[in-house]
Design a protein around this ligand. Structure first.
Ligand SMILES: N[C@@H](CCC(=O)N[C@@H](CS)C(=O)NCC(=O)O)C(=O)O
Ligand SMILES: [Fe+2]
Length: 292
């Protein structure tokens, strides 16, 4: 019998991100996946509206969080993992390859003193590692491509695939960030599509193409048959060509340089300077502009 967790999605319209609470109906224990810490780049203001909405839900439902998980170090928003850890005491986890991402971005930010061993997290998951949310077994599957460190959490019959496949009409995630690879993304997607046909797949973003209503859940069978990037790519080479051609047209996410310095530190904002204010650091001419 496959375990069937309850899944509740929380959509952040500002970044088109989907955050999840995954709970075990038998024990009322839950995990939070990919929570967003709000940031307004125009004013520099941060807030915890998204994370507080999740906390209110958890409380109202009588759930107890056992872990706060990220699928990857996000490039388009800040993670609320450390905020939720402070509020709930639940441990935070991410894929162990985050250390590689820390090395890469600490170099870019010229922060040689910043830790590169993932000590900011309580758990660093290896490929194939298992843990439980109550009675629901969770298997961690390495899913690089969009980032070096991306993982999929397979919790019973539900897989949290984040930025690999989007809904079938949106295709797949981009693979052009530093450390990204279209070839690795193809291999990761094949592993996801090898899960049982009726596995519920929960994606990490929905950009609502054409203004259609929000969707974030599909299945392996649906993705195989209809995903606009996968169904028409018969070979790895076809996919790499399609993905790289599309990536060449995409501007960088507007928060990539803001987000990586926070997310390689588990969503902790930089320490305040002696005047009590926190500052972000923006490397110039590191990434290519769309005209580059
Ligand atoms: N316009 C968005 C773009 C965000 C973005 O690049 N999203 C990534 C996931 S983090 C992606 O895979 N996008 C695919 C696409 O835009 O086709 C922003 O500036 O934040
Ligand atoms: Fe992403």
């Amino acid at each position: 019998m496959s375990h069937h967790p309850e899944v509740t999605a929380f959509y952040d319209k500002r970044t088109f991100s989907v955050q999840y609470v995954v709970s075990d109906p038998a024990t009322r224990l839950c995990a939070v996946i990919d929570p967003v810490l709000d940031f307004d780049e125009k004013s520099g203001a941060t807030s915890t509206e998204n994370a507080d909405r999740i906390l209110e839900f958890i409380e109202a439902q009588g759930l107890t969080p056992v872990c706060i998980l990220d699928t990857h170090p996000h490039a388009d928003h800040f993670s609320a993992a450390s905020y939720l850890r402070a509020r709930t005491g639940a441990p935070i986890g991410i894929g162990e390859k985050v250390c590689e991402v820390q090395k890469l971005w600490n170099g870019f930010y010229n922060q040689p003193e910043a830790p590169e061993d993932g000590r900011q997290w309580d758990r660093l998951f290896a490929d194939g590692e298992e843990f439980f949310i109550g009675e629901i077994p969770v298997r961690v599957m390495l899913s690089p491509g969009h980032t070096l460190a991306s993982v999929t959490y397979v919790a019973g019959d539900a897989a949290f695939i984040h930025d690999t496949l989007f809904m079938p009409d949106s295709g797949t995630a981009r693979a052009d960030f530093p450390g990204g690879s279209a070839r690795a993304l193809w291999a990761s997607i094949q592993r996801i599509l090898a899960l049982p046909d009726d596995t519920r797949l929960f994606t990490g973003h929905d950009y609502q193409p054409g203004g259609r209503e929000l969707r974030y859940e599909s299945s392996v069978a649906e993705q195989r048959a209809t995903n606009s990037h996968i169904a028409k790519c018969l070979t790895e080479a076809d996919f790499i060509a399609l993905r790289e051609a599309r990536d060449a047209t995409l501007p960088m996410p507007k928060l990539i340089l803001h987000a990586l310095q926070v997310n390689t530190n588990a969503g902790r904002l930089p320490e305040p300077e002696e005047n009590g204010r926190r500052y972000l650091k923006i490397p110039l001419d590191l990434l290519q502009a769309p005209w580059g």
